[in-house]
Design a binder for this molecule. Structure first.
Ligand SMILES: [Ca+2]
Ligand SMILES: [Ca+2]
Length: 214
């Protein structure tokens, strides 16, 4: 009986951890974390060949960054944050580093779920260094910028507002695009993904993720 109570307690504790929302303004520099640590407010996903890891090899700030390496042919590397309730407007910022060896597709998605059907904003950096935005009309990806260099840090800023049904995209502080939201809904999730289920040898580093209400 005691075991059952303990089990239920653990189940509730795990469920509350999984559903933990971030508090705003939110920032994550990974510097106080060690390899294998949980990411406060975040949830990492991936199998043994694609699980994200804290590393000290390179960093945008401080000593640490998050290495997202997808060497799995059945899974991808993901970092998921649950937003407070649903954010009708806000700004997400992050720094990324695309290595010349095994550069990876990097997705940054705001959505009403972790499924592709819930996308509100979906910005992709390709392994060739192009930046693409997903279009609301047919869910295809449109190239908005090219020439992202390897082996150096870049910053991305996305500001969205469902009252205007648009988002603004800045790369390295320069305005790149103003686009219509894929769906006019307040996102509840912020998802970073490197690689894809079938693709392999896709890697990238992330650092200095922040989120605030504009
Ligand atoms: Ca850092
Ligand atoms: Ca994969």
């Amino acid at each position: 009986m005691k075991r059952r109570v303990l089990f239920l307690f653990l189940l509730v504790a795990v469920a509350s951890l999984l559903s933990a929302e971030i508090t705003l303004p939110f920032s994550m520099d990974f510097d106080s974390l060690s390899r294998g640590d949980n990411i406060p407010g975040g949830r990492i996903r991936g199998d043994a060949d694609s699980i994200p890891k804290i590393v000290t090899i390179i960093s945008h700030s401080g000593t640490n960054s998050l290495f997202m390496a997808d060497y799995s042919t059945t899974d991808s590397s993901e970092l998921i944050f649950t937003l407070p309730e649903g954010m009708p407007r806000g700004t997400v910022k992050y720094a990324f580093y695309l290595p010349a060896i095994d550069p990876g597709l990097i997705y940054c998605t705001l959505g009403t779920s972790t499924n592709s059907s819930g996308r509100v904003v979906d910005v992709q950096i390709t392994s060739k260094g192009n930046i693409r935005c997903r279009k609301p009309e047919d869910q295809s990806l449109e190239t908005v910028s090219e020439g992202i260099s390897y082996d150096t840090w870049h910053t991305v800023e996305i500001s969205w507002d469902i009252s205007t049904n648009q988002y603004l995209l800045y790369v390295n502080g320069v305005s790149i695009a103003q686009k219509v939201l894929i769906s006019n809904e307040a996102p509840t999730h912020l998802i970073f993904k490197v690689g894809s289920d079938a693709k392999s040898a896709h890697t990238a580093y992330l650092d200095d993720i922040s989120l605030r209400i504009e």
